[in-house]
Ligand binder design. Structure first.
Ligand code: FE
Length: 346
């Protein structure tokens, strides 16, 4: 087999496409840049064929400048109409390029094509492999989340922040998708929404051991974020972390970088909060362990276009918090880092 496709990888991707209900007569498109994840591309193309589906690849030149973290939402596909059209024609797109937050992604999924983003190293795909039970628990959680009007996060460390809800939809991520037009990220295991515009106020206290996903590191010092009307207005702390966050946000020279972004919680018991201390592939990790681990409260800053908002800032920080409590309209969902409702528990 070409491009180092192992039997193990082929088998795992076939199981993944089976969860996505890829079936005979369907067409799966794999989107790639240059030779990045060429092994994944070949394995998905073959796995789809083995399930009786058609498969083809759309490959664009690998321009690293367009794929960096500072270019979220801007993709090299934007000016390539024939490629977008080809992807819309497929029943399912495996996105190995990273279309998240882009107009192209919205256009493709709005056409009814389901889409699966894959970016983690193989050992993480295996470790966090999705299950139907995870999906069920994430969907149970979404049912509660959809009707809630107030989300409140607290912690012993001093976090106390309220999100008015109802303006934006709830988004689920459980690691596969069998639903037309639905996007997911393999692997994952969490859900989120946005607070209403101007409807987020309070304090978030980041503690040592909480992760800054974009930096691929854990905080080692306490950081206090003040949030007023949906924007971070103060960043305080004695250690390096407050400076890192503060200088990183200001480097974008964009007031919209300070907006509060999605809020939710993690439900994947296979994900580990401490994964960054035991991996040798940090430069390839996409933080899905950090975002998904069971009982984390996922706070974030930056864009809200993913759920239909207008803030398309390129600056996005995911800040999964440990040991927090979260309520929806007063109902306890997460209690000091552990999940409470029976139908969401592992
Ligand atoms: Fe995020």
């Amino acid at each position: 087999m070409s491009a180092n496709v192992s039997a193990e990888m082929l088998h795992l991707f076939q199981e993944e496409l089976r969860l996505c209900k890829v079936s005979p007569g369907e067409t799966v498109a794999v989107l790639t840049a240059g030779t990045v994840r060429a092994d994944y591309a070949q394995a998905f193309l073959l796995a789809a064929r083995h399930l009786g589906a058609n498969s083809f690849q759309v490959n664009i030149p690998n321009d690293l400048g367009m794929l960096s973290a500072a270019s979220i939402g801007k993709t090299p596909l934007a000016n390539c109409r024939p490629a977008i059209n080809a992807l819309k024609e497929a029943d399912m797109v495996i996105d190995l390029l990273g279309l998240l937050f882009s107009q192209e992604q919205l256009e493709i999924t709005n056409s009814g094509t389901r889409m699966l983003y894959v970016a983690e190293p193989f050992h993480v795909l295996k470790q966090m492999f999705p299950t139907e039970s995870l999906r069920k628990r994430v969907e149970n959680a979404a049912e509660r989340f959809k009707t809630a009007r107030l989300l409140h996060v607290t912690s012993k460390a001093g976090t106390d922040i309220r999100y008015q809800l109802g303006q934006y939809p709830v988004m689920t991520e459980y690691g596969y998708t069998d639903t037309p037009g639905r996007w997911d990220h393999f692997p994952s295991g969490f859900l989120f929404t946005h607070g209403n515009d101007d409807g987020v106020d309070g304090t978030v206290v980041l503690m040592p051991g909480d992760a800054i996903a974009a930096f691929r590191r854990y905080l080692t010092s306490r950081v206090v974020l003040t949030v007023e009307k949906g924007h971070v207005t103060k960043i305080e702390g004695d250690g390096m972390d407050a400076d890192l966050i503060s200088d990183y946000l200001s480097s974008f020279d964009d007031p919209r970088a300070y907006a509060v972004s999605h809020i939710g919680w993690g439900l994947n018991e296979r994900a580990k909060w401490f994964h960054m201390v035991e991996t040798r592939e940090l430069n390839r990790e996409r933080a899905m362990n950090s975002l998904s681990f069971y009982g984390n409260v996922l706070f974030s800053t930056g864009p809200n276009t993913e759920l239909g908002g207008t803030n398309d800032t390129a600056c996005h920080l995911d800040l999964p918090l440990r040991n927090c409590s979260l309520t929806l309209d007063g109902e306890l969902i997460v209690e000091r880092g552990t999940i409470v409702p029976a139908d969401m528990r592992k």
